[in-house]
Design a protein around this ligand. Structure first.
Ligand SMILES: [Zn+2]
Length: 138
C-alpha cells in the first residue's frame, strides 16, 4: 500500500508530466590490495587482486524536448581518467585508499566524480560477483 506522500508525488508528477530516471554506467578495473584492517589470519590481509566493477548511477528529470537525461559518453569522459588512476595499481599506494575496502573505494570514487557530475546519485562497487557496496554520499 502506497503512502499518502507517494500518492500525491505520483499525482504531481503526472500533472507536470515529469519523468525521473536513474541511469547506470558500468566501469571495470583490475587492481591489487591487502587489507591490514582485518583480523590476523584473515584471508583479506594477504596481497591479492580483484576484477573490480563499479556502477555510476545518475538521477534526474528527462527534458521531453531532448528525450534523455545525459549522454552516457559524458559519464565515460568524466570517469575514464579516474579508472586510469586505479587500473593495474596496488590500491593501498593511492592517496586516500590506504584502507582499500570496497566501502572506502566507493567513497573515494564519489569524492572524485561528484564535483564533475552533479546528478550523481549512487556509486556501487563490486569487489566480487557476489559482494557489493552501495554509497550515496552520506
Ligand atoms: Zn580484496
Amino acid at each position: 500500500m502506497r503512502s499518502f506522500f507517494e500518492h500525491w508525488w505520483t499525482v504531481w508528477r503526472t500533472v507536470r508530466r515529469q519523468m525521473i530516471v536513474r541511469l547506470v554506467k558500468t566501469f571495470r578495473f583490475e587492481a591489487a590490495h591487502d587489507l591490514p584492517c582485518f583480523p590476523p589470519g584473515h584471508k583479506c590481509r594477504r596481497l591479492h587482486g580483484h576484477s573490480f566493477r563499479f556502477d555510476v548511477i545518475v538521477q534526474g528529470e528527462v527534458d521531453p524536448k531532448i528525450g534523455y537525461l545525459i549522454d552516457y559518453g559524458d559519464i565515460k569522459q568524466i570517469c575514464d581518467p579516474i579508472v586510469k588512476q586505479l587500473d593495474h595499481y596496488y590500491l593501498n599506494d593511492i592517496p586516500g585508499l590506504s584502507i582499500s575496502t570496497s566501502e572506502m573505494i566507493a567513497v573515494w570514487l564519489w569524492n572524485k566524480i561528484k564535483p564533475e557530475l552533479a546528478m550523481l546519485d549512487e556509486i556501487v562497487v563490486y569487489e566480487t560477483c557476489t559482494s557489493a557496496c552501495h554509497y550515496r554520499g552520506k
